[in-house]
Design a protein around this ligand. Structure first.
Ligand code: NDP
Length: 332
């Protein structure tokens, strides 16, 4: 049986904000499998902020996508054909199969998942790469002690929501920064943070001051710009800043730090990190996170768009903060 594969390519590099013009949907028949290969029908596609960076032709920690290349992305799905001895039809997997209906693989980088107790979508979020990102930055860089205060920006999102919940489990005061009253209410009422500051309310510095009466010991930075400035001004001596993302600047906007001298005067540790450079720690991180999901100690929320053809809108929305929780596209 010849399968037809729909796929979304990078058609042009965006100047500033991403628009639908950067993407092209096409379809083509799939080649037969070679020995040692298997085929995955993608059910869910994860939409992540890093995709914006790969659309630029710029120096970064990873090579840019080429024009005409299938958009990069992690998916979760079912093995539907196999000529590989370790992957059987019916296996559930995650892998970097991109924005398309089907992925073909020799097994490199593919993870088998058990969706009987933890839902498949969680392996792309709380018990997947975003969860591992939260786990790494919090435990290996911020390393908070009980009673300390941790602030995280983009707090209702895939990474931020896990950071605050892990900080609470570690005995810390967890404070989020998020856009809008609804997201802030969710962060406090459903995720259990101690406080959440709505940066869109227009009083970020004073509101963050009120929410952090003992100052800030750990900053998990996802946004940059005003969020980072506000948190920097609350840092305690010897505080740690895990620089995870700078989403406020991904469309090319400048994200200057207004008072870098605080790094000196407060003797801060500032450490950027890329979670895929720490794959040796993923089994520990993902095992811990999946167990916490099962025990209902870690809550999460998915934001699902239906249909591969809507993946561009999902990415555009994510970069505008329209997602509420982990952004996914349901492909099949
Ligand atoms: P989220 O689910 O948090 O979604 C992104 C959120 O960022 C939006 O919902 C919005 O929340 C906020 N946002 C978007 N645009 C802006 C803007 N211009 N200014 C301020 N806030 C904005 O995404 P993830 O959890 O997947 O990613 C969070 C961060 O972590 C990103 O910076 C990402 O690049 C980074 N990351 C880094 C990794 C690493 O290895 N270093 C790995 C994975 C993620 P709101 O409405 O609250 O503003």
């Amino acid at each position: 049986m010849t399968r037809i594969n729909r796929r979304i390519l990078l058609a042009s590099r965006p100047e500033g904000a991403v628009t639908p013009a950067s993407f092209k949907l096409e379809q083509a028949p799939l080649d037969a499998l070679a020995e040692g290969q298997f085929r995955v029908r993608n059910l869910y596609l994860s939409i992540d902020p890093y995709m914006r960076g790969r659309m630029n032709d710029a120096k970064s920690y990873a090579a840019p996508l080429a024009l005409g290349e299938v958009m990069i992305g992690e998916t979760a799905g079912d093995v539907v054909e196999s000529k590989h001895r370790d992957f059987a039809v019916g296996d559930k997997v995650t892998g970097m199969f991109g924005w398309q209906d089907y992925g073909t693989s020799d097994g490199a980088g593919v993870r088998k998942i058990d969706d009987t107790r933890v839902p498949m979508t969680a392996y792309l979020g709380v018990a997947g790469m975003p969860g591992a990102t939260a786990w790494y930055g919090l435990n290996k860089i911020i390393a908070p002690r009980p009673g300390q205060t941790v602030v995280v920006s983009a707090a209702s999102g895939a990474v931020g929501s896990v950071v605050g919940q892990l900080a609470k489990l570690a005995g810390c005061r967890a404070v989020g920064i998020a856009g809008g009253e609804q997201k802030c209410r969710y962060v406090v009422d459903e995720l259990g943070f101690d406080a959440c500051v709505d940066y869109k309310a227009g009083n970020l510095h004073q509101d963050l001051k009120n929410a952090t009466p003992d100052g800030v010991d750990g900053c998990f930075e996802n946004v940059g710009g005003e969020a980072l400035d506000a948190t920097l001004s609350r840092m305690n001596p010897f505080g740690r800043i895990a620089v995870c993302g700078m989403i406020a600047g991904y469309d090319g906007q400048p994200v200057p730090i207004k008072q870098p001298s605080i790094i000196l005067t407060m003797r801060l540790l500032v450490q950027g990190f890329i979670v895929t450079e720490h794959l040796d720690l993923w089994p520990e991180a993902l095992g811990t996170l999946a167990a916490l999901v099962l025990e209902k100690k870690l809550r999460y929320r998915d934001s699902v768009v239906d249909g591969l053809e809507h993946a561009p809108e999902a990415l555009i929305g994510l970069l505008q903060g329209k997602n509420f929780g982990k952004q996914l596209v349901k492909i099949a």
